[in-house]
Design a protein around this ligand. Structure first.
Ligand SMILES: Cc1cc2nc3c(=O)[nH]c(=O)nc-3n(C[C@H](O)[C@H](O)[C@H](O)COP(=O)(O)OP(=O)(O)OC[C@H]3O[C@@H](n4cnc5c(N)ncnc54)[C@H](O)[C@@H]3O)c2cc1C
Length: 401
């Protein structure tokens, strides 16, 4: 892998900035912060209209001609304005899973619709009693003729309030061992048996508890084989920690912090940036943000070669989330009392971004794979250290003994 930024990438970045200037409205950031919903339908429509959602996907399933590096640059630039697009991130993880384990009919049904911006999918894995131990899910799906009937509750079904579907992990065989009796279903959110209730979080994000009361879905909504959901889910989790997950977007705090420190004055009238301790902290943030960016490039490069970025994604997610939390804590230290000004305060540095992101970053070491779990993965798969828990054998199809 070549770590240098090519002229082509720099040109994509310029074009992406121009796209953001022409298409992104500053009030969308305020709206996301006010509502807590990290998905803006108007932005999504524009990303679909200009082929940015469809970039890099197979042509036969609705993929387009837009260069994936340009598309990535557009997402990066959107994120720099403070916008989130979590609904698209989760949708993209599910689409990767459908590509890996779905039927031809499912690929032709779900991919083109999602790439046109018409299908948006939330993740329904976690439950009140199961998060990291996601295979302990209790929500059930029971076969009824050609259909499945889903009953249960999911926790933290983020962006479900604006999604057309939830990718539900359900128990289809209560008699099989924990990992062997699970299946994945795409459940439409317009079913009368579906209910979505908001959960307000410290970071300002409003996620959801979702409830399923005799929700009936056709047999074609089952993604992958019956009772083989755990294997399909492992594909989805790799993408969640890798190219499509929260860590797929870079943080870039150092330039804003340096600009503030250059303009702000110490009691003696000199710039805050003249304080060597401040300059050193900002320098460290800049270096670590670059390391995180390069780990992201390595992960994307691996995916572009046709690989599934498993351990690469875990490393990047771990480094991105833990260094990001450190950087935001450092930034608040440097900013002093001004750092506590929230986005609605008129004089808040960088529009209150530091205060807001500090709160928002608290969950980044929990969702998409908690740090302790990612460390286990890296220790076992990269360093060859012994497993800390028993090996889970891949589930066998029902009836194979
Ligand atoms: C804002 C937010 C958004 C979310 N969005 C979604 C979503 O869209 N869809 C969805 O399905 N879920 C979502 N989640 C849920 C998230 O994936 C879980 O919170 C996460 O998996 C952790 O599960 P838990 O909360 O039950 O904590 P636990 O699993 O109970 O973890 C508690 C602590 O124990 C540690 N721990 C757990 N297992 C191990 C282990 N094997 N070894 C060492 N330490 C361990 C953890 O690292 C953690 O520190 C979201 C969560 C949050 C906070």
């Amino acid at each position: 892998m070549d770590f240098r930024e090519s002229d082509e990438l720099a040109a994509h970045r310029d074009a992406a900035r121009a796209w953001v200037r022409a298409n992104v409205r500053p009030e969308w950031v305020d709206e996301q912060r006010r509502s807590g919903c990290h998905q803006t339908p108007a932005l999504h429509e524009r990303l679909a209209r200009d082929g940015i959602l469809a970039a890099g996907w197979p042509k036969e399933y609705g993929g387009g001609d837009v260069d994936p590096d340009y598309a990535r640059a557009v997402f990066d630039e959107c994120a720099r304005t403070g916008l989130h697009f979590d609904g698209w991130s989760t949708t993209s993880m599910v689409l990767h899973t459908v590509l890996h384990v779905g039927t031809e009919e499912q690929k032709r049904r779900y991919l083109p619709g999602a790439l046109r911006g018409e299908i948006l999918i939330a993740l329904g894995y976690s439950e009140p009693d199961s998060g990291s131990d996601v295979a302990a899910a209790k929500t059930t799906a029971v076969r009824d003729g050609d259909a499945w009937v889903v009953d249960g509750q999911k926790m933290f079904t983020s962006t479900a309030q604006v999604c057309s579907h939830v990718f539900v992990l359900a128990r289809t065989n209560p008699d099989a061992p924990k990992h062997a009796g699970l299946s994945l279903l795409l459940v439409p959110t317009d079913d009368p048996g579906f209910e979505c209730r908001p959960i307000h979080t410290l970071g300002g994000q409003v996620t959801n508890a979702t409830f399923y009361s005799s929700v009936r879905v056709p047999g074609t909504a089952l993604i992958g084989e019956v009772d083989q959901g755990w294997n399909a889910m492992r594909v989805a989790l790799v993408y969640e920690r890798g190219v499509s997950g929260p860590a797929s977007v870079d943080w870039s705090l150092a330039p804003d912090l340096a600009a503030w420190a250059d303009g702000a004055r110490r009691p003696d009238g000199t710039p805050v940036l003249d304080d060597p301790l401040v300059a050193e902290r900002i320098g460290r943030i800049a270096v670590e943000e670059e390391v995180s960016r390069l780990l992201g490039g390595w992960m994307n490069w691996h995916a572009a070669q046709g690989g599934v970025p498993g351990t690469e994604g875990s490393m990047r997610k771990l480094y991105w989330s833990e260094s990001g939390q450190r950087h935001l804590a450092d930034a608040l230290d440097v900013l002093g009392a001004e750092g506590l000004l929230a986005p609605d305060a008129p004089d808040a540095p960088a529009g209150g971004m530091f205060e807001h992101e500090f709160r928002a970053a608290a969950v980044t070491t929990i969702y998409g794979g908690a740090s302790e779990v990612l460390r286990d993965i890296i220790a076992e798969r990269c360093l060859g250290l012994p497993r800390s828990r028993p090996q889970v054998k891949p589930a066998r199809p029902a009836g194979t003994g």
